[in-house]
Write a new protein. Structure first.
Length: 522
């Protein structure tokens, strides 16, 4: 693959690789501070930041700006003015497709590992900085805020600059934010955690958009759900395994420094990361679109000439009247999931302990319910690809609502729900299925010109629900579990109803149909 097919031109290529080097050097200037604390268990609290660290931060900012310039796309409208290319809807599944699935699964594992590490660093951070529970809660709140901002901003970037460029920009920011491991002050950690969250929140929806646009129609559904599921499970597994392996000898800070090698791995593999042929065609890079289609075994077909490339970046999905109904439905579903995952499931252990259960018993109860729900990802893959995309999402929302109303009835004293295992298992099964399906379904419901923003919007709303729940926790205003279950259950039922009646069935549907037709209402 030539430089011109990866970057706009040689100047942009040099800017990108030089920027990556500058960011890496900037991180390297922070390592002496970390190593100085080796005889104190890597405790750096209260130490003064030296000149090397200050210069390092300046280099990181400048390096990220260089890489952003290097990733600017080249618009060549004269090529698409001559031909329109057939996207890979009818292509066979090839080795290139499998390689792309593997690469994006690795990217999502690394991406999800970043916020998943928060639970493993906060105990050590709280001890080193002498923080209260309320103060340390600011850290995940900042990270979650970053994921919301990142999902919205990166979704927009993906539609303007390209799917591949947006993923690489996240990778570079992963490298830069690894300096959180050397910060001697808690508030520097909070700021870096926000930026790390922005990069992590941005990569997830863009990866789904890219995968949806490259996989052939008959393989698209299962690939989207499976890659997302592998990323989620793998991310949490990687975070927990690396924490158990490294923290005893290297302290909690090593979990942040893992952003350096993992980000560099993604950057090193970047020549293998494809750009969407649809996006290349949309910005007028017809020759590159042809080459990308051929790489994935797609039929390259020239048809009638078009006058010009339509520039359609002015409408966000929520205010586009043709997609308003499905956007409202998916937004409510995403908010409900965020409130469940970052609210009710986090409040539940404390509620069980308040009932008189021990911490060990509460943890064992949740673990038992999680084991019951473990096969959910495979079930979601089958339902989504073999039964119905709309039906699978509606069903998982229904299971989530059943679990929520089970907690409500339990709070009202219904005897057969005294043991919360049934309600909790339903809640975990449903919420796991919702997050496995909602972003793939979103990517399949919007046309090319707004697909990145639409997927980013829904991903951001899923974190926004969590941000609302965590905000209540930080303020000490978390509602009783039964009351929270009733409210969130109502939102889930409303989302289920809208999707069931207004959602589009996307199984086996050619994504090219979205470019010219408004979404159906049934």
């Amino acid at each position: 693959m030539t430089i011109s097919k990866i970057f706009g031109d040689r100047r942009h290529a040099w800017a990108f690789w030089l920027g990556c080097l500058v960011v890496t050097v900037g991180v390297g200037l922070h390592l002496p501070m970390y190593w100085m604390g080796r005889d104190m268990g890597f405790h750096l609290s209260g130490m003064a930041m030296d000149a090397g660290m200050m210069w390092g931060m300046a280099l990181i900012v400048g390096g990220i700006a260089l890489t952003a310039f290097g990733l600017l796309p080249a618009h060549r409208g004269d090529q698409t003015a001559l031909v329109v290319l057939a996207p890979p809807e009818d292509a066979p599944l090839t080795r290139a497709h499998w390689a792309m699935c593997g690469l994006l699964a690795l990217a999502l594992i690394i991406d999800i590992m970043k916020p998943a590490s928060l639970g493993f660093v906060t105990p050590g951070m709280r001890e080193e900085y002498g923080l209260t529970k309320a103060a340390v809660a600011i850290l995940p709140f900042a990270a979650l805020s970053g994921t919301v901002v990142g999902s919205f901003v990166w979704g927009w970037l993906a539609d303007i600059y390209g799917r591949r460029a947006s993923i690489l920009l996240s990778s570079v920011m992963f490298v830069g934010t690894s300096i959180c491991g050397a910060m001697p002050d808690f508030w520097w950690n909070v700021g870096m955690c926000f930026l790390m969250g922005a990069a992590a929140g941005g990569m997830l929806p863009v990866a789904y958009a890219l995968l949806a646009e490259i996989m052939p129609t008959k393989h698209r559904g299962w690939a989207l759900v499976l890659v997302g599921g592998v990323g989620a499970v793998g991310g949490y597994f990687a975070a927990s395994s690396l924490s158990a392996w490294l923290q005893p000898d290297w302290g909690w800070r090593i979990m942040w420094f893992l952003n350096l090698p993992t980000g560099l791995i993604l950057i090193a593999l970047s020549p293998l990361l494809p750009e969407s042929a649809r996006f290349l065609q949309h910005v007028g890079r017809g020759e590159e679109a042809r080459a990308m289609l051929a790489r994935f075994g797609a039929r390259v077909q020239a048809v009638a000439a078009v006058a010009a490339v339509e520039e359609s970046h002015s409408h966000l999905p929520p205010v586009d009247r043709r997609h308003l109904a499905i956007t409202i439905a998916l937004t409510l579903a995403a908010l409900a999931w965020g409130l469940v995952n970052f609210g009710i499931l986090l409040w539940l252990p404390s509620a069980l302990v308040a009932e008189g259960r021990s911490v060990e018993a509460a943890s064992a109860l949740i673990a038992r319910s999680t084991i019951i729900a473990a096969p959910t990802i495979l079930l979601s893959v089958w339902l989504y690809s073999a039964w119905s995309t709309r039906g699978a999402l509606a069903l998982m929302l229904g299971v989530t609502a059943a679990g929520l109303f089970g907690l409500l009835l339990r709070g009202m004293g219904v005897a057969f729900l005294a043991d919360p295992v049934i309600a909790l298992a339903l809640l975990i099964v449903g919420s796991s299925g919702v997050i496995a399906i909602i972003l793939p379904y979103t990517a399949e419901n919007y046309p090319l010109r707004i697909r990145g923003r639409a997927t980013g919007w829904i991903a951001g709303c899923s974190k926004l629900g969590g941000l609302m729940a965590q905000g209540l926790s930080v303020l000490g205003a978390a509602p009783p579990l039964a009351a929270a279950a009733a409210v969130v259950g109502g939102v889930a039922v409303l989302a289920l109803s809208l999707i069931a009646f207004l959602g589009r069935e996307t199984r086996g549907r050619d994504l090219r149909d979205l470019e010219d037709q408004p979404p159906p209402t049934n």
